[in-house]
Ligand binder design. Sequence first.
Ligand code: AHG
Ligand code: MN
Ligand code: MN
Length: 294
Amino acid sequence: MTTLQEYLKECGAADSLSALILLIAEQAVPIREAFISNQNYADSKNSSGETQAEMDTWSDTHITNTLAASGLVREVASEERDEIVHLVESAPYSVVMDPLDGSSLIKVNLCVGTIVGIYEGSSLQAGKNLKAAFYMLYGPMTTVTVSVGKGVAIFALDKDGVYKMLKNNVRIPEGNLYGSGGIRTEWLEKHAKFISRIENEGAKNRYSGSFVADFHQILTYGGVYAYPPSEKQPNGKLRLVFEANPIGFLAAQAGGAISNGVSSTLEIVPEKIHQRTPIYVGSRGMISKIESIE
Ligand code: AHG
Ligand code: MN
Ligand code: MN
């Protein structure tokens, strides 16, 4: 079975980019080992005003320290840090990350993950400029789902700690699953119309509370994940830089799409690292449906 390292070489990824992807992906092992002793919430909040889980800060610190030691990274923009961390000015890449996505599920041992995007140059760029996007999933298997702009492949960590290919050229089927965040009674009319339309067409609800795990289900079976705008949160809950862009890049590379309900979020140049965006991500049919509703 092809390893992650061999795949990246076959894709023509630069050696330094491959080294960085492998270095981050390998942190899945210490991150998984840290769960048992980091089950609680810290007494701190992140820039999005959310109380941080111990695993949020543990993973953030661990990955950032690993990146600092690599000498390959210019900036790190993390969901769990107010400001961008400046490392090696002359280094080729910047990393954006959600070190632990789905934190509310840590206590209930459901699938959570780490979302990463890598840019050449600075970290505040449109998602379409990503050189690599991937996420580690801490489920029954430890997997990495990755793209370096040549499609999407999925790898699983074997007993020797090597990522072996599970699937190559992943394509999002049309599908009929949907997962939507927010509170139904607070959905705006456009979103409520969209959900009732796809439910009338037979769509089934699959929503766990972990974006990365819910997206992986959509990547596999098709359908859509949505975190819509509401009166209280007109830009929804999820972050453009750390969540929407890497996942949206992967979705587009798998023949799907991402949207804020009007147009692709991959075109947006971020103004602030923690800015939020409404998210609809999944199969093309679902995205054109939401974009066609006024
Ligand atoms: P994070 O744990 O990185 O803050 O992300 C949580 C996000 C996303 O993973 C998930 O889909 C969504 O928040 C769940 O929000 P609700 O609890 O409001 O459904
Ligand atoms: Mn998240
Ligand atoms: Mn997070």
